[in-house]
Design a protein around this ligand. Structure first.
Ligand code: XBP
Ligand code: MG
Length: 257
């Protein structure tokens, strides 16, 4: 096993709890603006999270939940309709991010700062739209933080989104690094399927939508990263003597056989 050189972070659910009060709200704003009369409730949105990617989520909804949906003739196909609607959703989501409504999860800022001080390389691997990542980073850590991440692998850069391994593999190719020198951070079943299929050891922090997902194969499952005065809860696995995620703990997890 080589030594730990890089941390590769998912974004939605991992760096920030973005889905319920972020993406979902923005989708509904786009539906209102377009006069569609759709309402993605907290519960329905949980079902729609079975697919990653906002355009894919709109398509799933139309095909599986709206039997009587008729496509307006201005659109060539459902993909074009979903892409147009999704553009508006992204507009509203970026507004939300800029307003500061979506904070990072507890412990994320500290962990990123500690990782930088320790000389670890940082990257992002996500299915969300690239602007969603840079706006989140700017709003929470400051504009300069975008450059702390050597690679931001996001959105449609690979055709097969998570759970396919492609977005992780693409990020590692760009970094010219092998998976056994990296640790991945995820929050969901589709996410962990993707990182494990790319041969990355993976640390999970769950959120409201993913707490019952099957994380078999992850090195550790926690409720949060924790801070020195607010410890994490271990949901699966062994955290040793650690009570919040720090660089020493990540090195120990990474070195496990
Ligand atoms: C995150 C997603 C994203 C967001 C929406 O999955 O599924 O699709 O919900 O982003 P992961 P866009 O955390 O596993 O990457 O609407 O920009 O696609
Ligand atoms: Mg996620």
């Amino acid at each position: 096993m080589s030594k730990l050189e890089a941390l590769v972070f998912d974004v939605d659910g991992t760096l920030a709890d973005t889905e319920r009060d972020g993406h979902r709200v923005a989708f509904n704003q786009a539906f209102d603006e377009t006069g569609l009369g759709w309402d993605w409730t907290v519960e329905l949105y949980g079902e729609l999270l079975q697919v990653t990617g906002g355009k894919e989520r709109i398509t799933l909804y139309v095909e599986k939940f709206l039997e009587d949906f008729e496509l307006d003739e201005q659109y060539e196909d459902i993909a074009e309709f979903a892409a147009r609607l999704h553009k508006r959703k992204t507009h509203f989501y970026l507004e939300l991010l800029q307003s500061g409504a979506i904070p990072l999860r507890p412990g994320v800022e500290r962990l990123i700062n500690e990782a930088r001080e320790a000389g670890l390389r940082l990257a992002i691997s996500t299915t969300t739209t690239p602007d969603n990542v840079t706006y989140l980073l700017s709003a929470t850590l400051g504009k300069e933080s975008i450059d702390w991440f050597e690679v931001i692998a996001a959105g449609d850069i690979v055709p097969a989104k998570k759970p396919a391994p492609d977005i992780y593999t693409w990020a590692m190719e760009q970094m010219n690094i092998s998976p056994d020198a990296c640790l991945a951070f995820e929050d969901s079943l589709n996410g962990v399927k993707s990182s494990l299929a790319a041969d990355l050891k993976t640390l999970i922090t769950v959120n409201g939508y993913t707490k019952d997902d099957d994380f078999t194969g992850a090195v550790l499952v926690l409720d949060q990263y924790g801070e020195p005065d607010t410890p994490f809860k271990v949901l699966e696995g062994d955290a040793g003597d650690f009570s919040h995620v720090n660089v020493a703990m990540l090195k120990e997890l990474h070195a496990r056989g």
